[in-house]
Design a protein around this ligand. Structure first.
Ligand code: M6R
Length: 609
């Protein structure tokens, strides 16, 4: 959600903080702020809107702060405004930046107000600054003050504090929101995401739950929640990805749509050993584990949840194993039955989605013994807390609307389906057909991208529309859901998805010539049924856009545009038909002039529940 970056150095840190914020901006971007410290003086800048606005007010960089903390915000408590932007201060002595949610901020706020503290913002985070300030009345140590303050917090936090009286010192703490230290030479850094520090360091240490770190230019000390020194592993990550690099594309989203063939090649690389797919794709432990699995429970959010829904069709149809899929925020707040020999699968691009992470923790607590993550970030909490991991290798995804991560997740789930099927002794002939098709997948996706121009041409039809309906059947129903999510997310057109067989149970009442109906129609065993559903829409004056297999015949009528999609195996169709829907939402949003990579009210990584 929000992004944090902090630095203490022997040089001015203003520019590197700004660069770090820019790298994190895709996570939250409704306001940004920065506090610099030099000569026992704080200088703070805050602006609503994007980091570029903050950069504009920073001016000439005449205040050479050598320590500083910065934040880009995604509002939870209090509207986006300069006053609610971080850093928050207490008595011009303490400044803090915070990610997460403090659930008990109200009683803390009341208590602090009674003690004379004046609150200037509506945020939950401001209590942290005042609590640290109050603790500094009893100790000179910022580390101890932060430790005392966080002991009072209920909720989640990744935070960094600085004290005007303590030059060259930052204290960071983590509980529920990731924090990573970047090691420099004579300077050290902290951030909520390694990407903010990629240009500054290749050596990183991830704080663990409950850790507190004292960071100074030449030293780093980490303590556990009892303030006992601990050693955390230092890892080398050389990922100098330029997040500014759109490689000639107008938006990251379009770049990432086009990166899909490459991302699929990357995810399949070294995994297509069909003599033992389980081992090649999921590691040494996987063959025995998958052989014993009798049920799969998938939990995820948003686009990742849609990937899980597709997998349910695949696993039950091809691997002949029962599968249940649930939205993480639902799973974690109900009492569910733990089936025996069940594999608990989380799907998450970021690996930090709060609801998915908490669902994983709950699953382990209630007795799921085997956990598998399908994730794009090797250092994420979800990966670290799962027993098996499928690293997606999709490359960094910057656009808030998930595109390449979705098709790569589907590919990982296809491999899981094949691996379970093989461990459960599926038919050799089927497995041979499966293997051949999987090898061709990246090329097939490359071919589908050729529909781009025809989709760009029809996007104009949607520019004045308020609503749209997406229809699919079978494993294309979740693809219709994903298409609707993409359209609403970046073009702000209200879109809904229905299993086409459900139309007559209500949604048909909505059909008129103002509501475009988008249909995904691959050549599969449900096609004739789908054609009947198309007739139902047509008979009621609906305007349709049908994405159909090029080998399938459709009678041309005025109210229906058919967009031809290259033929593919039916079970590859979810990946194939995703591509035109991604392009459609992109080109509609382009015409509408929305902020495609950073749509309003959203953030890339949802680290609060
Ligand atoms: O990082 P995750 O895959 O866990 O994120 C889950 C959702 O927040 C995410 O897929 C979201 O729905 C996307 N913005 C959709 O494009």
């Amino acid at each position: 959600m929000c992004g944090i970056v902090g630095a203490c150095a022997q040089r001015s840190v203003e520019e590197l903080l700004l660069n770090g914020l820019q790298a994190l901006e895709y996570r939250g971007y409704d306001s940004a702020g920065l506090t610099l410290l030099a000569h026992q003086t704080f200088k703070t800048f805050k602006e609503t809107g994007k980091v570029a606005r903050l950069a504009a007010v920073l001016g000439e960089g005449t205040f050479a702060g050598t320590t500083g903390i910065a934040h880009t915000r995604w509002a939870t408590h209090g509207k986006p405004s300069a006053v609610n932007a971080h850093p928050h201060h207490s008595h011009d002595r303490v400044a803090i930046v915070h990610n997460g949610i403090i659930e008990n901020y109200m009683p803390l706020r009341q208590r602090l107000q009674q003690a004379g503290y004046i609150f200037v913002s509506d945020t939950d985070s401001e209590v942290i600054a005042h609590l640290i300030h109050a603790s500094l009345a009893h100790t000179d140590s910022l580390l101890e003050a932060v430790h005392t303050a966080v002991a009072e917090l209920i909720g989640t936090y990744g935070l960094v504090a600085i004290d005007r009286h303590q030059a060259d010192t930052m204290v960071a703490a983590r509980s529920g929101s990731p924090m990573v230290i970047g090691h420099g030479i004579g300077e050290n850094f902290i951030a909520s995401d390694q990407m903010a520090l990629a240009a500054l360091s290749s050596q990183f240490t991830y704080l663990e739950e409950g850790d507190i770190a004292l960071i100074q230019p030449k030293s780093i000390a980490i303590f556990d929640d009892a303030l006992q020194p601990v050693v955390r592993k230092q890892v080398e990550i050389d990922a100098k990805v330029s997040v500014q690099d759109k490689a000639g594309f107008r938006h990251f989203m379009l770049k990432e749509i086009h990166e899909q063939p490459h991302a699929l090649r990357q995810t399949l690389r070294e995994r297509l050993d069909f003599s033992n797919l389980a081992r090649a794709a999921f590691g040494d432990q996987a063959p025995a584990l998958l052989a014993g699995v009798e049920h799969v429970q998938i939990v995820a959010c948003g686009t990742s949840y849609h990937a899980g829904l597709v997998a349910q069709y695949w696993l039950e149809d091809m691997a002949k194993i029962s599968c249940r899929v649930e939205i993480a925020s639902e799973f974690r707040y109900r009492n569910s039955i733990v089936p025996s020999n069940c594999l608990f699968v989380t799907i998450s691009q970021s690996g930090e989605t709060a609801d998915t992470l908490e669902a994983l923790r709950l699953a382990k607590k209630i007795g799921y013994q085997h956990t598998l993550s399908i994730c794009n970030v090797a250092t994420s909490s979800i990966v670290r807390e799962s027993s098996l991991n499928y690293m997606m290798h999709a490359g960094t995804e910057i656009g808030v609307a998930s595109t390449k991560a979705f098709t790569v997740q589907l590919t990982g789930l296809l491999l899981l389906t094949g691996a379970i099927a093989q461990q459960h002794h599926c038919h050799e002939a089927w497995f041979e057909q499966y293997s051949q098709a999987l090898k061709q997948l990246p090329q097939i996706i490359e071919n589908v991208l050729n529909v781009e121009q025809s989709i760009a041409d029809l996007a104009e039809d949607f520019s004045d529309k308020q609503h749209a309906l997406f229809l699919g059947r079978g494993e294309q129903y979740p693809i219709a859901m994903e298409g609707a999510l993409k359209l609403k997310e970046i073009s702000y057109i209200h879109a809904e998805a229905y299993a086409a067989g459900e139309l007559k149970h209500g949604p048909l009442a909505l059909i008129d010539n103002n509501m475009p109906v988008i249909v995904v129609a691959p050549n599969n065993e449900l096609l004739e049924k789908l054609k009947s559903n198309i007739q139902e829409v047509q008979a009621r004056g609906g305007v349709m856009y049908v994405f159909a297999d090029q080998e399938v015949h459709f009678d041309c009528i005025d109210s229906m545009k058919v967009i031809r999609i290259p033929h593919c195996e039916p079970w590859l169709a979810p990946l194939v038909y995703t591509i035109p829907l991604q392009l459609l939402s992109y080109y509609v949003a382009l015409i509408k002039g929305t902020d495609i990579d950073q749509p309003r009210n959203l953030a890339k990584s949802v680290t609060v529940e």
